[in-house]
Design a protein around this ligand. Structure first.
Ligand SMILES: [Zn+2]
Ligand SMILES: [Zn+2]
Length: 338
């Protein structure tokens, strides 16, 4: 099969031919049409994840059709349409046993510690998979773990968003943000979207954003809301927006942090958080339950895929350059020609 290989930290990324994956007893082999390029893949390439093993097939956004099953696989058969978690949970720890497998301390991450998704075929254990319901475009199946399921988890499980609440999404023109605004709308929120890019703002209005925030001082623009600000802020950026996101909150408001494009520390004004009774919560990835919810919203048509480009296994490095310069709105996908 054709795949792309990342040679090492800041090393070459090139296409190559690899042996088709052989499933172990509990594993399933999936043939893919598409896979997503994630900002995390760029961070892997930059060397931010010390556990990453090189050379590796990068990528962790897996969906497609089951083509082979191991001997002990029970829930899936050849021909089923599936999508996978971005990691392999251990299945045994307290988190895995209580449906919080996103917190599994023993998990392996696809594209970092085990072979990933930039390939025509991927193998994962059965416990990583959910069924993709009819009517979900493949573009939304492939991003149901890392994008739509992840933002569903952040908004609904971590942020406990309620219908009618004012929700702020920063980095709204990014691959994550453009889908986060739609999930927030689908959950009944009144959505404020911050992007620093004017041309991305126009597109965001088409996605149903209620209020666009274009000023870098976006926290000032929401001061007049009841309680003095936003109920729930979803910060998808990190250092460049963290402080303003925090200052956007009303009394008792919550800030959920995901993404973290620049993995560096931020300043935390404790006085402000204490006085306003704010809560800051980190939210990591998604569980299979979140993926199912995101796929349900996708099947209903509540979420539309926001795809900026489709590339192929020969042009991954060019796509990384485009993402670093933020010239794209939405997600870049790799088309796998089978
Ligand atoms: Zn991802
Ligand atoms: Zn576990």
């Amino acid at each position: 099969m054709k795949a792309a290989i990342m040679e090492g930290i800041k090393g070459d990324i090139r296409s190559t031919n690899l042996q088709d994956p052989e499933p172990a007893d509990d594993e399933i082999v999936i043939r893919q049409k598409l896979t997503g390029i994630c900002y995390r893949d760029l961070l892997t390439h930059e060397g931010f994840f010390p556990r990453a093993k090189f050379p590796i097939v990068p990528g962790h956004e897996v969906s497609g059709i089951v083509v082979r099953t191991g001997k002990s696989v029970k829930k899936f058969k050849v021909g089923d349409r599936v999508a996978s978690l971005i990691y392999i949970p251990c299945g045994k720890c307290e988190y895995c046993r209580s449906g919080r497998e996103n917190l599994c301390p023993n998990k392996q991450t696809l594209g970092e510690t085990v072979q990933g998704s930039y390939a025509e075929m991927v193998k994962v254990p059965e416990r990583c998979l959910v069924r993709v319901p009819p009517g979900v475009p493949e573009e939304l199946a492939t991003i149901s773990a890392c994008v739509t399921g992840m933002v569903y988890h952040a908004l609904s499980v971590s942020g406990q968003v309620l219908p009618g609440e004012n929700v702020l999404v920063t980095g709204a023109g990014g691959g994550v943000g453009a889908h986060a605004v739609q999930v927030a709308k689908a959950l009944g929120a009144n959505v404020y979207a911050y992007t620093s890019s004017k041309w991305k703002a126009e597109k965001l209005q088409e996605l149903g954003v209620d209020h666009l925030l274009l000023s870098d001082e976006f926290d000032r623009e929401v001061k007049g809301l009841p309680g003095g600000g936003i109920d729930l802020a979803l910060d998808t950026v990190g250092l460049p927006t963290f402080s303003r996101s925090l200052r956007s909150l009303k009394f008792g408001g919550r800030l959920v942090v995901i993404g973290n494009v620049q993995p560096v520390p931020v300043e935390l004004p404790l006085g402000l958080i204490i006085l306003k009774g704010n809560r800051i919560e980190g939210s990591i990835s998604s569980t299979r339950k979140d993926m199912k919810k995101a796929l349900e919203l996708s099947a209903k048509g509540d979420i539309k895929p926001v795809i900026s480009e489709k590339t192929d296994l020969d042009h991954v490095a060019d796509a990384y350059t485009m993402m670093k310069t933020k010239k794209n709105l939405g997600r870049i996908l790799i088309e796998l020609k089978n």
